[in-house]
Design a protein around this ligand. Sequence first.
Ligand code: ADP
Length: 429
Amino acid sequence: MNPHLLFWIPAVLRLSFILLGAGVLWYFFGPVFGLLCGMAGMCVLLCVQLHYLYRLADWLDNPNSAKLPDGWGAWTDIFSRLYKLRRGDEKNQAELTEWLARFRQAMSLLPDGVVIMDDVLFLEWCNPAVEKHLGLHLDRDKGRRVTNLVRSPEFMDYIILGRYDQPLTLSFRERKLIVHIIPFENRRQILVTHDATESQRIEMMRRDFIANASHELRTPLTVINGFLEIAASQPNLDTQTRMAHLKLMAEQGQRMQNLVEDMLALTRLESIEYPLRPERVGIAALLEQVHQEGMALSGGKHQISLAVDGPDIRGSTEELRSAFGNLVSNAVRYTPADGSIDIVWRDTASGPQLVVRDTGIGIRQEHISRLTERFYRVDKSRSRETQGTGLGLAIVKHVLIRHNAVLAIDSQPEKGSTFTVSFPKESVC
Ligand code: ADP
């Protein structure tokens, strides 16, 4: 039996009792008295129902489960069912609100931009990343047409052509964006934006690096191949010419080797598979070695001094030898004969410093910020003449990044340059 029927049986019994009572009174006291008493009983019952109907209507105006009225008779069942429905509803609503809050938070943390638009591109919703990418702002732009907000001919063409199966690469406000429109439901579309500025920059750097490296390797290879062809076609060349050719070939071979070694060194320095393994670096011995190498490179054409007055540091001896060696070798190679070079290790309030000062050709101001770029040279022919690869300062930069150190370059054309490497205080051991 339906359990709710139990609440209705007393109601039927109450009605039957009134009718029966009215019949008995009719029988004993006449029809007028019986009918009057029956009507009075019905009126009382009606008033009770009207009272609860009024309370129900009142509750429906403000349907809060905590304020649901208590019932009487069949109303108890009605109110308890309404209470259950309302509680279920409130629970669903709370869950929905929580999900919505979570969804909003996830969307606000997303690095990609998301815009929800209707079929005619009116903005309905967007996340904060879109503000950075396209300059859209939900509060300000809701209900406005996205094509009126993103003013770009490429974007307009993309919308007009409607080839949404392909994303669009858009240059917008000095950013490279990958924009994709995805239709969903019947009359809505999502616009997704991805900032590809950094990845495109890295890709361009990679392409430039490959192009530059190939170019650098092609020149010595062409020279070597040329001499090999001469040797093959002219077997009777005199010894002196052959020796001169072999010397030039050896120089070009050395140049290629330097280049490959520098490229490998750079790759190692950038790779996360080769983390820095800090050790105590004996600065005096390290700089003495660099000093000796500088003097050997100079071949007695320069005066090279060394002054060490500072503490040892923690770092990679091998990497620091390569960085310091590059700075000293540059000073020698870009300083005309009879010039002087000072190598100084000193302690300062902010930490130890290496200073490599020369009286060489100097560098014009506009070049200074680009010197640590790979293959960037102020004077290409001079760099090649002195076996430069164009990668020396790029290696220095990466070694210093790994040691939390910074490079400062101060230079005046025709007067000389000062390269200062500053290490943090924490590197002292
Ligand atoms: P390279 O192998 O060409 O020397 P680097 O990366 O070591 O490459 O240096 C980049 C450029 O910086 C050099 O080509 C040169 O023009 C300039 N440079 C570096 N050191 C000095 C210096 N001490 N004096 C003048 N110019 C320098």
